[in-house]
Design a protein around this ligand. Sequence first.
Ligand code: SF4
Length: 302
Amino acid sequence: MALKDKIEELKEKNHAVIVAHNYQIGAIQDIADYVGDSFGLAKKVAELDVSNVIFCGVDFMVDSAVILNPDKDIIHPEPKATCPMAKMVDQEELERYRKENPDTSVVSYVNTNVETKAKSDICCTSSNAVKVVKSVDSTKVLFLPDRNLGDYIKRFVEDKEIDIWEGFCGTHDNIKPSHVKDLLKKFPEAEVVVHPECDPKVVDMADHVESTAGILKRAKQSRAKHMIIGTEREMGHRLKKEAPGKEYHFPGNPVCQNMKKITMEKMIHSLENLEPVIKVDENIAIKAKKPLQRMVEIGRGK
Ligand code: SF4
């Protein structure tokens, strides 16, 4: 039996739903019930009327889904799929910063582990980061962990002093201006849309700076025949399916190796055994839930 058919059969038998991040391989995106960005998936899981959710993404996304959905079993087919950027926050250093800067609000990107979220005042996504930083009362902010997204936020927030952590996503940071220039030489009419995790010099070259959800939206609206997309290359799978009729080019061919640790075979194992169910320490989960909920409230315009 083909892997795809086996997954469909097990999914039905065990009343499970599969959610997958935009950077998962095309075959997993195709078999998933929902595809989206990390926060979109966590919100989607909350709406589902099932108890078994197979979450194809990296660990911090799964943990956020667990924290926001304590009534469901969130199953991660490969718990070793992690995010190197989320690990760039040293907990002792963050604690020291908080003690030395008691009046500074700590805003953390959702791409952080639970310990970091538990020490933060509010979380944000790449699509609402500017809005979230503007929303905090204090005039001083620590933004972590992505220095490139921090730089992007600074361009829009003038009335706050913003300290930026020195973290970065290697997948996006490795996209160089020369990669974009080379593609523009071949396709001079191309529209350039990049994720704000990219190097500021790449951001400077872009026509639009968008989250993955924003990139998809822009692709659907754009009349360009060629688009240069500054994010993980698997995003092209969704773009070709949902915004067909143009060519998508990925400067530097960026790949997140951790996202690729999830395979169809590992999904079958998870569906057959309904494991591993991911748990988050309850004390940390309570603390990490507050900044996540504050982010959700900002998103609703409260
Ligand atoms: S693409 Fe970057 S931020 Fe996203 S999971 Fe991979 S390493 Fe982390």
